[in-house]
Design a protein. Sequence first.
Length: 411
Amino acid sequence: MKVLIAGAGIGGLTTALMLHQRGIPSMVFERAREVREIGVGINTLPHAIRELAGLDLLDRLDAVGVRTRELRYLTKHGQEVWSEPRGLHAGHDIPQFSIHRGRLQKVLHDAVLERLGADAVQTGTQLAGFIQDEGGVTVNFVDSVAGGDSRTERGEILICADGIHSAGRRSFYPEEGPPSWNGVVMWRGATEWPVWEDGETMAIGGGMGGKFVLYPIAPAQDGKQLLNWVVGVRLADGATSPPPEKSWSKVAHLSEVLPHARRFNIPGLDIEGLVRATPAIYEYPMADRDPLPRWTHGRVTLLGDAAHPMYPVGSNGASQAILDARCLADALAASEHPREALYVYEKERLPKTAEVVRLNRKGGPERVIDEVEKLNPSLFDDVNDVLGYTQREAIVKGYAGTAGFQVKKAV
């Protein structure tokens, strides 16, 4: 069996490593000129890190990321709504990582080249189309950089892991249109900054209408650390307004961000100073897509953001893509026919990810902040007088159970 993978993001590269571990050859095709350390921070949950640890990547992750110790949910005024230990400190036997997306991608990319060979990732090649028959799939790729000749590859299956603007998804759902926007614009950045708290804690202040996110994404050195931040503010009704033009990873001006950043308070942090010190700020719309009725069409399937793009709440985007990769690799290794494997994969993963997409639209675990701010938008003396512990726990722990990273209690 030979597997073709469109997209060298976290999902596509993890899939290649999973397949290699099971003795299944693959080749990855990436539209970008090169795989570079771009982007900002993400969190990857223990159930996904478990899969990367199974690929012998834990030491490499420790070299570039931070094992998350604690998560705090705060109001926009900085008052605590909920806090909990994370990863190993919560009872998992595998850590949660706060990490730069580009550095995680590089860890995966380096491992693919080492284990599959220097030609395993073909850059500057964009998925253009495919034709299926009883024996396999013939895929056409075009030169996305120099405009050179197209190329054709043949494999048993094609995995489209080519992101929220997936060409593979568009071929099956040409009338779907652009991603769904909820009216929230996010400004994101990362900069070297004096270590905040213990250097292993993340904080989220404010609900879905206005939010500030903070966490470190690299080991501390000489009292400083790469600190990732996000300002997200609802600027429009997404149901009636299109997202700002060219707002996918657009470089934003400081004057656009500062008025919104000043709305939030994180105890012990100079938010304005942090934002001013950031060398590059990027703008993104908070967008997703509706869950699909099916991912698989014959010998072609979708994976990661191509299959289930979701709002970036609950630390689940990259995590769910990694879980997709494990499930699909296991299915291909165990099934007698590739199409049987794709059926097993979709049956297992589609309903689970669809539910996470729906929960994220409601705010995910961060909805606990919305509920408290809805009941009391100003300062309070005791959060339990606003919303009881049991109600807050149900929101946060209920999401963890659905997303698959609840700590399993000993029987």
